[in-house]
Design a protein around this ligand. Structure first.
Ligand code: SF4
Ligand code: SF4
Length: 165
């Protein structure tokens, strides 16, 4: 994946205006909360909706969205790092879903760029497995009830017999 691909991806997200950061409330693992607090962000940016997550502003955008960019890029939540891949759980199987092009132009770019797809899928898989293994069954149940329309399943990853959701 060349550097030019990153610039193209960045330009696509700039033009999109961060639609995935609207009403996002991305879940947070305990480790990621520590990272965010250690990076100097106030505890008030975090709220609890049956699971710990980043709060939203009155206009619906994530509290960390600022002037068109994520201001916690280096410590952003697992689901944000995984985007435009997202997840669901079916028992002990982690399902990975990819947003459809019409709601995420970056996903459209990925579908046409196998090398970029493979790299980002590997990141998403690692982040989402860690998230699923870090949160409680109750938290995961609430998160998985949030509708994620306009996505396509692209992978199923068994998490092992020890994993229970
Ligand atoms: S990842 Fe998709 S939805 Fe999010 S800002 Fe980029 S193009 Fe828009
Ligand atoms: S943490 Fe960053 S990438 Fe994630 S929803 Fe908030 S602004 Fe968007």
């Amino acid at each position: 994946m060349t550097d030019s691909w990153f610039f193209i991806a960045e330009a696509i997200c700039d033009r999109c205006g961060g639609q995935c950061c609207r009403e996002a409330h991305p879940p947070l693992t305990r480790d990621r909360i520590d990272d965010i607090i250690s990076a100097g962000h106030p505890f008030g940016t975090i709220e609890y909706r049956g699971y710990a997550c980043l709060a939203g502003r009155e206009d619906g955008m994530c509290v960390m969205f600022d002037r068109g960019r994520c201001r916690i890029h280096t410590v952003k939540p697992e689901t944000c790092r995984a985007g435009p891949f997202t997840f669901d759980l079916a028992g002990s199987v982690l399902e990975i879903w990819l947003k459809q092009d019409h709601i995420c132009p970056l996903a459209g770019l990925l579908r046409g760029e196998p090398e970029a797809y493979a790299r980002l899928f590997a990141v998403a898989r690692e982040e989402l497995v860690r998230l699923a293994q870090s949160l409680s069954p109750g938290e995961l149940d609430i998160i998985c009830r949030i509708p994620e329309p306009d996505t396509d399943k692209v992978a199923e990853i068994p998490l092992g017999d020890d994993f229970r959701c």
